[in-house]
Write a protein that binds this ligand. Structure first.
Ligand code: GLU
Length: 442
């Protein structure tokens, strides 16, 4: 494998002429601009035509809705929802729905771009989209949350569809919410079971797929299994730490441990826990489900955020929110590899420091693509009225992840770029070819 830090540490950021042409500000802290900057850099190395670059630089549609919901005490609250449809050159828009107090348009736009890139990199026939509702789902009762989901679907139903835009779970949303989503959409459209394919990540009883729940974590492990041997790191006996212990973090940790590795530390919004002999990842998962976080887990010692980041490990797995690995955290990290299980967890300034330290960064569009890949399998099963078994889902997922990792490596070797740029290039190559063949209509 080529050494890290080939191009990014030295390159100028936010310098594409497209920023001026489209009147986009050069705010280095804005997640959307950070994301587009990295995509445009890859597009330039690939010499993608100008028109494809400007198409990629902005989403096709940015939908914002406000809708009232009756709370349990009888009063009404107004909620704000988003659906950003970035690109559909390769297929229907695809991407999750985030329920979080900090959901904002720029963040959703950035996550939508990442979905376009992710789907193209793993070669599933989808474009990219993302949505969300600005709220704290933890502070809502189950009945209130159900009404929020149903009202949100009613607000965006004309803009989505099983062949046009297919949402899924993301931070703060789960399979139950996708069941309410599908039921509401089917109810207000044609009422048939086929309408349920409008959303993925559903419970198995209402058209979900086996293997979808663990899919993102499984994809992280599939990529690591493919790429770590080239770095002389063995998963068996290898060490990792995990930031965020929700669906993605807990499954990555459990599957890492299943392959004979040790999970030395875990941290989330409630606190950190460390165990030099390795955490019992299943017991920690049960603790998090029962108490809402890793804090007070008895199977290890409490640790501070500083201690967590400084823990020496082979692989650091950020599986929480965006922009968490800033320069301060990057300096603290003592790892050989960062496997980005979350979307955009590393800031460009944090990335520069990691690269200077020689840390290998396996980018989010590669590492975190397992979820949407199995979403695609769920959608195929819905569309063809078939049911796959777990072996088939796992095998197909592994095949997609391994091919995506190899595609990224080939780009890296051919152009001598860092791994993030290489992954974007492998994604953009596919999209560029689609535009070259399809042209722009009308
Ligand atoms: N929210 C997940 C992601 O960011 C899954 C999206 C999907 O399954 O469509 O990749």
């Amino acid at each position: 494998m080529a050494k890290a830090s080939i191009s990014s540490p030295t390159r100028k950021h936010l310098d594409s002429p497209v920023f001026d042409e489209l009147g986009m500000e050069r705010d280095p802290d804005n997640l959307y601009l950070q994301t587009i900057d990295a995509v445009l850099h890859a597009a330039e190395v690939l010499k993608l035509p100008h028109h494809v670059q400007i198409i990629m630089a902005q989403p096709k549609n940015e939908i914002m809705v406000h809708f009232p919901v009756e709370m349990d005490d009888g009063h009404h609250r107004l909620f704000k929802g988003y659906r950003v449809q970035h690109n559909n050159a390769l297929g229907p828009y695809k991407g999750g729905l985030r329920f979080h107090p900090h959901v904002s348009l720029d963040d959703v736009k950035s996550l939508a771009v990442l979905m376009t890139m992710k789907c193209s990199l793993v070669r599933i026939p989808y474009g990219g989209g993302k949505g969300g509702v600005k709220c704290d789902p933890r502070s809502l009762t189950t009945n209130e949350l159900r009404r929020v989901v149903r009202r949100f679907v009613a607000a965006i139903a004309p803009q989505i569809g099983p062949d046009y835009d297919i949402p899924a779970p993301d931070v703060g949303s789960n399979a139950q919410m996708m069941a309410w989503f599908a039921d509401t959409y089917a109810g207000i459209t044609n009422g048939t079971r086929d309408a349920m394919a409008v959303v993925t990540g559903k419970p198995i009883a209402v058209g979900g797929s086996v293997g979808r729940e663990k899919a993102t974590g499984q994809g992280v492990i599939d990529v690591l299994a493919e790429l770590l041997p080239e770095l002389n790191i063995q998963m068996k006996g290898g060490t990792c730490s995990v930031l965020g212990y929700g669906n993605v973090g807990s499954w990555s940790a459990k599957l890492w441990a299943e392959r004979g590795g040790k999970v030395l530390a875990a941290m989330d919004h409630t606190g950190g826990v460390i165990n030099k002999n390795g955490l019992d990842t299943s017991a920690l998962d049960e603790h998090v489900k029962a108490t809402g976080g890793v804090a007070n887990f008895k199977g290890g010692d409490k640790c501070t955020a500083d201690e967590f980041y400084k823990t020496k490990v082979d692989v650091f797995i950020p599986a929480a929110l965006e922009q968490m690995i800033n320069p301060e955290r990057a300096k603290q990290l003592d790892c050989k590899v960062v496997a980005e299980a979350a979307n955009a967890p590393t800031t460009p300034a944090g990335e520069r420091i990691l690269m200077e330290k020689g840390v290998e960064i396996m980018p989010a569009i590669l590492c975190s693509a397992g979820g949407v890949t199995v979403s695609y399998f769920e959608w195929v099963q819905n569309k063809t009225h078939t049911i796959w078994d777990l072996e088939k889902v796992d095998d197909e997922l592994n095949r997609h992840m391994v091919m995506a990792a190899r595609r990224t490596q080939m780009m890296r070797q051919k152009y001598g770029v860092d791994m993030r740029t290489a992954a974007y290039m492998a994604a953009l190559e596919n999209i560029g070819e689609a535009y070259a063949l399809r042209g722009i209509f009308p």
